[in-house]
Design a protein around this ligand. Structure first.
Ligand code: ZN
Length: 105
């Protein structure tokens, strides 16, 4: 799987885990609440527009802070919560993500 595609999947799962835990909203049909839907859309767009493309460094290490401040705060909260849980639900993606963050930038 291409790098960008994999990162998109990873972030999608992470947002789902987070939204399911904190915004359990009966009105959402198996999807995400409004705010998390926006966040996912935003994160996906940022990945697609990443200047580094397939050679991108891990977002946490990137020198270009392409996220708007409020979106960055949201995604940080998602990663803090869902990061460790990815090991349980999606160990392979979690493993690849950790591997990426160790690669030199
Ligand atoms: Zn949510």
């Amino acid at each position: 799987m291409a790098r960008i595609e994999r990162e998109k999947k990873t972030i999608e799962y992470m947002i789902h885990i987070y939204c399911g835990a904190f915004h359990n909203d009966a009105s959402k049909a198996g999807g995400l609440c409004g705010g998390c839907g926006e966040l996912l859309k935003y994160a996906t767009e940022r990945l697609e527009r990443c200047t580094f493309g397939e050679n991108k460094p891990a977002c946490s290490k990137c020198k270009i802070h392409c996220y708007k401040k409020d979106m960055r705060d949201k995604i940080k909260a998602v990663m803090r919560y869902s990061g460790p849980r990815m090991m349980i639900y999606h160990p392979w993606l979690a493993f690849m993500h950790i591997l990426d963050s160790f690669k030199k930038t």
